[in-house]
Design a protein around this ligand. Structure first.
Ligand code: ADP
Ligand code: MG
Length: 247
């Protein structure tokens, strides 16, 4: 078996939505790799395919053409059950709107992915995930008793409890104030640095993107550029030139 340093790889991936009267491009021949231990930001105008990219990389959505590999495994060769297991074990997903279950405590929300996998989560592994996001003392609180930033940190703990190879976050700071947003960014940065995970984050914020090692830009479902070692100024300049292209 050939080992690669890529936790996720997209090889010439295309996806078209055909539910409406006109076909809509989601992704158009996208080639991208996300290495272990790296933090990548994905940017682009609304409708440019950022969420489609993340869902495709997570195996939440099938693609029409090309290949998606997660931790070296091609998703298109998997049966439904195998895909579910791989997704559960290898991929953590963080949403803008947290998506916690309101009737469950923080600890119960974090334990959920393990329960769904048919495991009996130990208190220690749940508390370890909550401790890693600084919320051990809030284990018994329900989402409604937590701030937005705390809820997003619970959601990150839930994404981490299965020890995934990759963490995909779709605008994770979009609903947060700037202080909570910075805490979430520091956590995501740490997941790449300390835990060696591939972290991929969609964001509209040049300051958030500057926390990443690399920014990839999408436009109309196509990869339209990349920026290594981004700074807020260089990210903003690139976004401005893309917006100018769009009109
Ligand atoms: P972004 O996250 O960059 O805003 P999306 O990936 O959500 O972009 O969407 C890319 C394009 O695909 C848009 O034109 C959007 O309207 C379309 N699209 C996304 N999801 C669906 C869907 N489930 N059905 C039909 N069209 C979709
Ligand atoms: Mg989106």
């Amino acid at each position: 078996m050939i080992h690669s340093d890529l936790a996720v790889e997209l090889r010439s991936v295309s996806k078209t939505y055909r539910s409406g009267p006109e076909p809509v491009t989601g992704l158009d021949r996208v080639d991208l790799g996300f290495a272990y231990g790296t933090f990548t930001a994905v940017m682009g105008p609304s409708g440019s395919g950022k969420s489609t990219l993340l869902r495709s990389a997570a195996g939440l959505e099938g693609v029409d053409d090309g290949e998606v590999l997660v931790d070296g495994t091609r998703l298109d060769g998997l049966k439904d059950k195998e895909l579910t297991v791989l997704r559960r074990e290898k991929v953590g997903f963080v949403f803008q709107s947290f998506n916690l279950l309101p009737s469950l405590t923080a600890a119960q929300n974090v334990a959920l992915p393990l329960k769904l996998a048919g495991k009996r989560p130990s208190r220690a592994e749940v508390m370890s995930a909550l401790t890693s996001v600084g919320l051990a003392e809030r284990a018994g609180h329900r989402p409604g008793e937590l701030s937005g930033g705390q809820q997003q940190r619970v959601a990150i703990a839930r994404a981490l409890v299965t020890r995934p190879a990759v963490v995909l976050a779709d605008e994770p700071t979009g609903a947060l104030d700037s202080k909570s947003g910075r805490e979430v960014l520091a956590l995501l940065r740490g997941l790449a640095d300390d835990a060696g995970r591939a972290v991929v984050m969609v964001t509209h914020d040049p300051f958030a993107a500057a926390c990443a090692d690399r920014v990839v830009f999408l436009n109309d479902g196509r990869l339209s550029g990349e920026l290594d070692d981004p700074a807020p100024e260089s990210v903003a300049a690139r976004m401005t030139s893309l917006e100018a292209l769009a009109c």
